[in-house]
Design a protein around this ligand. Sequence first.
Ligand SMILES: [Fe+2]
Ligand SMILES: [Fe+2]
Length: 272
Amino acid sequence: MQVDKEIFLKSLGGAEAAARLDPEARADAIEDFLAAQLKTIGIAPGAGYPTVAEVENRIETKPFRAGAGFLFVSNSGNVKKLPPMPSNPTLADFFNLRFGANTTRNHCLQSAALAMKNGMTEEVILACLLHDTAAELIRTDHGWWGSQLYEPYVPQKVSFAIRYHQALRFYPDKETGYEYPELYRYLFGEDYVPAPHVEAAYKMLRRHKWYMEPRLVTLNDLYSFNPHAAVTIEPFLDIVGRHFKQPGEGLGNDNSPVAHMWRALASPDTPL
Ligand SMILES: [Fe+2]
Ligand SMILES: [Fe+2]
């Protein structure tokens, strides 16, 4: 479950109050905070996991669909005006000006920081940094969308890892220590069976020489609060510089097959 550092600290009465907590009290506070977050997606703490049928019943309780990109809908209140983008926007500009702190930015930065701490290859660190950011555009099948969004600019192994981390999230792997995420039981229902294209991708991946690339993304896919985790893109700019082919004219202006996807992220208030 994703925890927004700023909101979490506020719930504790500020950073100083949080710093005074001993590790056990901090763990309790995180647990309480997560319970409150589950409540915001319609789940009462201690209510147990919903069934697939119950998840389906939530559809008509919201004015937007669960697959809508984070940048395009607000979970509470109206959306806000966005800061203007520079004329030649870079990946860092999208991180700083378009990817939401509470939606994909901090989650991806913290996952990349964990991958770096765990000594992953630069390709895996970059894949972790980018892995969920396409969910700003659209959440449904975010691995496939993300892979497409980044394909023209990153090594093939990186786009492969981004595409297939989505499928591997559903499949535990004892050998690597990857377990099925508890959050998924809440989001999809406890009796959920992955879609056929996800199942087919998993079967293909088990025999693929690059299986570990997306698997390592799932292992560093961090849904926890870490007060020391990086929350800016700065520590990753060298890796981005080495492996991300930033177009000189800017993302969205480069006539690539995915330029329109970057323009949609840059200008989500354009009506048509
Ligand atoms: Fe993901
Ligand atoms: Fe993730």
